[in-house]
Design a protein around this ligand. Structure first.
Ligand SMILES: [Mg+2]
Length: 273
């Protein structure tokens, strides 16, 4: 690979409700900033609950050839030859070096089922839904829903039982050493990983190359909090109703102006222009 042009920034971004609209999954409102990022050769790193298969579609559509972080920090996928120095990674698959931080999906799914039986909590997870049900629940088309079901490190689920079963569920998940978080649509059970841990590891690799590089992170929900705390400039975009996620209150995180991709666009243009 040719020498990467040094960049002043790297940008980590959540997808659903942040770069892409919560309901329509469109990123049209973010196109001006996307163009600017492309022009300035700034690495744009997807950091999301989405699966590797879903992210590869976005990489293709947006012509992005940078590393990405899937399933709430479950793994970092780095294109082979992206960094011109050796670094620790778990394995090589296809055209990536993979740094695995998460726990296998089957372990998560079986622990979730055991816990739910133990505390008598009703949940419905991606593993319980067929492709049509995922379509219906997410508004994704069939093709995208099938890619969303290809989960390796994170089970996404809804809680059917009324409160306070959710609190009990969180306690039991944490007692077993797993992480629990919430995105725009779903709760998540995962290993001892989160978006922030993955961001730290990847940022260290970039700083080996570009010591002074500054990091920006954008998100909309609780599962973004560790990422927003792990970057130099953390930006929270507005939810579809115009509010900010009430669980994110750190004064170090900027409340951006604009809902989802509109806020994403405006805040990045303000910084980069
Ligand atoms: Mg989101």
């Amino acid at each position: 690979m040719e020498e990467m042009q040094a960049s002043e920034y790297i940008i980590y971004t959540d997808m659903d409700g942040t770069l892409v609209d919560h309901d329509t999954y469109s990123y049209d409102a973010a196109l001006p900033a996307l163009e600017l990022i492309n022009k300035k050769n700034i690495p744009l790193i997807f950091c999301t609950s989405k699966t590797r298969a879903e992210l590869e579609v976005y990489c293709h559509k947006l012509d992005i050839h940078h590393p990405f972080i899937s399933e709430n920090g479950g793994a970092i996928f780095i294109p082979l030859d992206y960094f011109d120095f050796p670094y620790d990674h778990t394995k090589q698959i296809d055209n990536y070096n993979v740094i695995e931080l998460g726990v296998g999906y089957n372990i998560l799914e079986s622990n979730l089922k055991e816990i739910c039986a133990k505390i008598d909590c009703q949940v419905i997870g991606f593993g319980d839904m067929d492709v049509d049900e995922v379509c219906q629940d997410t508004g994704l088309d069939r093709e995208c829903a099938a890619l969303a079901k290809q989960r390796d490190y994170d089970e996404a689920f809804r809680i059917k039982s009324p409160a306070p079963k959710d609190e009990l569920l969180e306690q039991e998940i944490r007692k077993r050493g797993f992480n629990y978080t919430k995105g725009g649509r779903y709760y998540h059970i995962m290993g001892n990983n989160d978006k922030g841990k993955a961001v730290h590891i990847l940022t260290d690799l970039y700083r080996t190359k570009w010591p002074g590089v500054k990091t920006i992170g954008l998100g909309d929900s609780l599962n973004d909090l560790p990422m927003l705390m792990a970057v130099d400039i953390g930006i929270l975009v507005q939810k579809p109703d115009g509010n900010y996620d009430p669980s994110i209150t750190s004064p170090n995180i900027k409340q951006g102006t604009g809902i989802g991709p509109k806020g994403w666009n405006q805040e990045l243009i303000n910084i980069l222009e």
